[in-house]
Ligand binder design. Structure first.
Ligand code: PLP
Ligand code: COI
Length: 355
């Protein structure tokens, strides 16, 4: 399908934020992409308009039943002035997998990448320069019918907004403290855990708020049935290095299939390291720690990049990992991944796409 994107430029461009104090997701660029879906007509009217508030009927379905999905990817500026996206087609593929689960009509994945490129190109002056910064790209789709019946909507909006951002965690790459959650659960197999849908995040807030009060940055979820097997952290997948082997929970429908996770598995394999995707119980981790074979733990995500984990607390039992220092594998992964993303290291995998 071929679409023409109509562009209306902002008349009053905003001042750019201080690149040293960006934080995450606080500032937004001058433009946004919008496209509508109407049953019978399909996706139509792709356009870029000045960034600004939306006007919604109070009965708009998404506000009541949360039928919506989102994605997260980044644009990076290279030292020689090029702009790179990291595996954008993977995000659009996952967007359609989330759409399918949430009864939202599929988007044209190739066109969605084109829409991202057009928007990023228009707002490219907003891509920050400096270690750990990038332009975070947030595509999302939500149900628009003004209707209170519980039923898939007949109309949707697909929007893309851009946010110049620094590190997701205030401490950057410094190891984070994670609380192992054994009271609340995030998802179960058969539910929506693998989809990037709003309810998963809403359901996580209470546990996250309680963990924050105790001094932890996020929670590590255990499986929703036995509360025994490790799933993922709030906004990242997790990896553990035990006795030289890197282990990450297998994808069984309840965790997000992370694009950083997939890239990390490929990188580790390319270095000849042993990587295993399997069920891993929290007890097994604690046993490895007791034996002295638990070497490193880290989270992976677009926003979180590679985030070493320095402490775990499971039912009051605290363990420190690698003396709360950044591990060798975590550091090498961070340098290689950000190097490929920023164009400093040759991209042998064909992951980057120039805007
Ligand atoms: N898990 C959850 C729940 C997330 O929200 C994210 C972030 O997108 C991830 C994992 C990591 O996924 P990705 O590497 O594709 O950003
Ligand atoms: C991302 O890493 O892109 C995410 O979506 C995490 C987000 C929930 C902040």
């Amino acid at each position: 399908m071929s679409y023409q994107i109509n562009i209306e430029k902002a008349k009053n461009p905003k001042p750019k934020p201080d690149p040293k104090n960006l934080g995450f997701g606080k500032y937004f660029t001058d433009h946004m992409f919008i496209m509508d879906y109407t049953e019978g007509k399909g996706w139509h009217d792709p356009r870029i308009v000045p960034y600004g508030p939306l006007s919604l009927d109070p009965s708009t379905m998404v506000l009541h039943y949360g039928q919506a999905i989102f994605e997260g990817l980044k644009a990076y500026r290279t030292q020689d002035g090029r702009v790179l996206l990291f595996r954008p087609s993977k995000n659009m593929e996952r967007m359609n997998s989330s759409n399918e689960r949430m009864c939202i009509p599929p988007i044209d994945e190739k066109f969605a990448v084109e829409a991202v490129k057009t928007l990023v190109n228009l707002d490219k002056d907003w891509i920050p320069e400096g270690e750990g910064t990038s332009l975070y790209i947030r595509p999302f789709i939500f149900a628009c019918d003004p209707f209170l019946g519980v039923h898939p909507s007949n109309t949707y909006k697909f929007i893309i907004i851009l946010s110049p951002s620094g590190p997701y965690y205030p401490g950057g790459i410094n190891p984070v403290k994670i609380y192992v959650e054994s009271k609340y659960v995030r998802a179960v197999r058969g539910g929506t855990g693998f989809a990037k849908t709003l309810g998963n995040y809403a359901a996580s807030l209470k546990a996250q708020a309680e963990a924050e009060k105790k001094g932890y940055i996020q929670v590590l979820w255990l499986d929703g049935v036995e509360r025994k097997y490790i799933e993922e952290v709030g906004a990242m997948n997790v990896f553990f290095k035990i006795n030289g082997e890197v282990i990450t929970p297998s994808l069984e429908g309840s965790i997000l299939p992370g694009i950083t996770r997939d890239s990390v598995i490929e990188l580790l394999k390319s270095w000849g390291m042993k990587v295993t995707e399997r069920r891993l119980s929290i007890q097994e981790l604690y046993d490895a720690h007791a034996r002295g074979t638990f070497e490193e733990a880290f989270g992976t995500g677009t926003a979180a990049v590679i985030s070493p984990i320095g402490e775990l607390n499971w039912e009051g039992k605290k363990i420190l990992i690698n003396d709360e220092k950044i591990g060798e594998t975590s550091m090498k992964l961070y340098n290689t991944l950000t190097g490929i993303q920023n164009g400093r290291i040759e991209d042998k995998f064909g992951w980057t796409v120039e805007v």
